[in-house]
Design a protein around this ligand. Sequence first.
Ligand code: IPE
Ligand code: IPE
Ligand code: MG
Length: 251
Amino acid sequence: MDSDVSIPQGLPEKIPVHIAIIMDGNGRWAQARNLPRIAGHRAGTENLRRIIEACIEFGISYLTIYAFSTENWGRPQDEVQGLLHILEDVIDRELQELHDQGVQLHHIGRLERLAPHLREKVLHAVDLTRGNQRLVLNVAFNYGGRDEIVHAIQEMIKDGVQAADVTDEMVSKYLFTAGIPDPDLIIRTSGELRISNFMIWQGAYAEWYFPPVYWPDFDKEQLRLAIHEFSQRERRYGRVSSPVVDIEPNG
Ligand code: IPE
Ligand code: IPE
Ligand code: MG
């Protein structure tokens, strides 16, 4: 293949603080190779390692990855079991290295439905890496945006929060992402153009990017491209372009 001269080098000045990724297309990646879907999930996991390293190199502070949705329980049982097994395997094999690299692990979503031993492994990983500062990695596993909001409302009611005290800030504090800034850039691979219940609150003003590749093929250079694209976007948050030129009514 000819080298693509359009891929920018280096990094722009303005980079996202928080990147979130909907890692989609593992199944189709495998299907295109006549492999079982689970082989695609394994390839996707290998790719995740590379993207974590790229995020560290690029100086990204927060990375959130959508690994398993509340709706993914509806997949065939062998695929669900395979995905649970991959989570366990990744913790067993990669935790020490992630820790050594300064990655702070967080889980977002519900742990309740996971087997007790797997739940313990996740909690141990979070506890071990608590003090790390290089990259915060939020793993969305058994995560759903609606479920997260339902959970937040339940917790507010349990805490006796009064209706008049409910604000944007308070809701944010009750989400699984409490204390984590909203994502600046959300990437969804595979060409699908939908949110699929991901960070529906936090993504209110995120910039979206949809690279037309399956997740196992989304590499460091494509991440660089996404960051360059992000740097070109103007985030207006409902306002107008700055600098604002005020026109005097009679001037
Ligand atoms: C994303 O890949 C990974 C998970 C949802 C766990 P998919 O498994 O959704 O892959 P496609 O969309 O079927 O290709
Ligand atoms: C979203 O992808 C969930 C994850 C990537 C973990 P899906 O493949 O499950 O979403 P839909 O079904 O295409 O909307
Ligand atoms: Mg999919």
